[in-house]
Design a binder for this molecule. Structure first.
Ligand code: MG
Length: 366
């Protein structure tokens, strides 16, 4: 081993060289560009600066820091939940959040309602040439803070850049792993006639907020997205009510769609009580103007649970004791007949079929 390392400038001792390397390693990376360019996706110096200054800076954790091809994780649980989701919401920012919160909370919540404790996320970004770096930084900061409140770490990721006009600013795909610590088997097959159907809070806030944020509707309402991580809330319900049989977060397609999926998978009916379904008055008003049923509108921080009847009061109390479940309500029950259908007793005393969302009246909502 030589005592010094040849290089530009005066000869330095090995210790001096190592100290310089160490200083360079510790120096916070900086990104001087104002906008994303094709070079940021080319895999060279610009990509490196983007990854270090924007992503590593915010997501820093021991699994991500080596920036290897894959993160090395240690998991104690032998049973894992694994989920993935892409986010293409337009606009990127809206009251109550951004594509950043959605990308973290969406995947975290799919893990949580599977009964898992969310642990790790990957994040893959497709960026459009010309995207403002300050906008990307806001999105990444929102992801980092959502990940922190959900108790997950972003441990691996990818960035690609496409030409101007070939994407809409930023698309994000997140994949998550969670540990199934509890000895429970959730699923439609566990539902029984007589079970209670519970929702964790007012529905349709997210979808209506995004629709209004797009403008073009002469409607101003004080509504913001409900995007939030649900891991804590789900854990609280599972602790208080071991008789939870099935859970889903009511995202795209809304409460109606997840309940229809439940009804057909279980071969049972869901009977809803319209008067019991929590919808904020301003959200109900906006839905009426838009001609859509709040039951078909996406939430990003609400879930629906089917609970054994004797455990329903405990589940509702547990929900209401948490700030994210304050508006929880018992909205209906499971019945044997008619199998595969969701029916609703209306406020006028009639009964109507609540169908799965057909087509896409609310595109690019998440
Ligand atoms: Mg889901």
């Amino acid at each position: 081993m030589s005592e010094s390392v040849p290089g530009p400038g005066p000869r330095r001792t090995e210790a001096e060289v190592l100290a310089r390397v160490e200083r360079a390693r510790r120096r916070p990376a900086r990104l001087v560009d104002e906008r994303i360019t094709m070079a940021h996706g080319a895999g060279g110096k610009a990509t490196q600066a983007l990854v270090e200054a924007v992503f590593l800076e915010r997501f820093r954790n021991p699994a991500l820091e080596p920036l290897e091809d894959g993160a090395t994780l240690s998991l104690r649980s032998a049973r894992l939940a694994f989920s993935t989701d892409s986010f293409v919401v337009s606009p990127l920012f809206f009251p109550g959040g951004s594509i950043g919160e959605l990308a973290v909370n969406g995947t975290v919540n799919d893990l949580a309602v599977s009964g898992a404790r969310p642990l790790y996320l990957s994040a893959a970004f497709v960026l459009e040439e010309g995207l403002l770096v300050t906008d990307l930084e806001r999105i990444v900061a929102a992801m980092a803070s959502a990940a922190e409140s959900a108790g997950v770490a972003v441990v691996t990721g990818d960035t690609k850049v496409v030409e101007r006009g070939k994407a809409d600013g930023c698309y994000i795909t997140t994949t998550g792993i969670g540990a199934l610590d509890r000895p429970i088997e959730l699923g439609a097959a566990a539902a029984r006639p007589g079970d209670a159907v519970v929702v964790s809070g007012p529905i349709a806030d997210h979808g209506v907020t995004v629709m209004l944020a797009r403008g073009g509707l002469d409607l101003a309402a004080e509504i913001s997205s409900d995007t939030a991580p649900l891991g804590d809330l789900v854990a609280r319900v599972l602790d208080a009510a071991p008789g939870v049989r099935w859970m889903r977060d009511a995202t795209r397609g809304g409460v109606a769609t997840v309940l229809n999926e439940l009804a057909s998978a279980a071969g049972l009916a869901v009977l809803l009580d319209e008067a019991a379904i929590p919808v904020r008055p301003q959200v109900a008003g906006a839905c009426e103007l838009l001609g859509i049923d709040p039951l078909h509108v996406a939430c990003e921080g609400r879930f629906v649970a089917v609970v054994e009847p004797s455990d329903a009061p405990a589940a509702i109390d547990a929900l209401r004791s948490h700030p994210r479940g304050e508006g929880a309500a018992l909205i209906g029950e499971i019945a044997a007949e008619p199998p595969g259908l969701v029916l609703m007793r209306t406020a006028f005393g009639g009964t109507r079929v609540v169908d799965t969302l057909v087509g896409d009246p609310l595109p690019r909502i998440c």
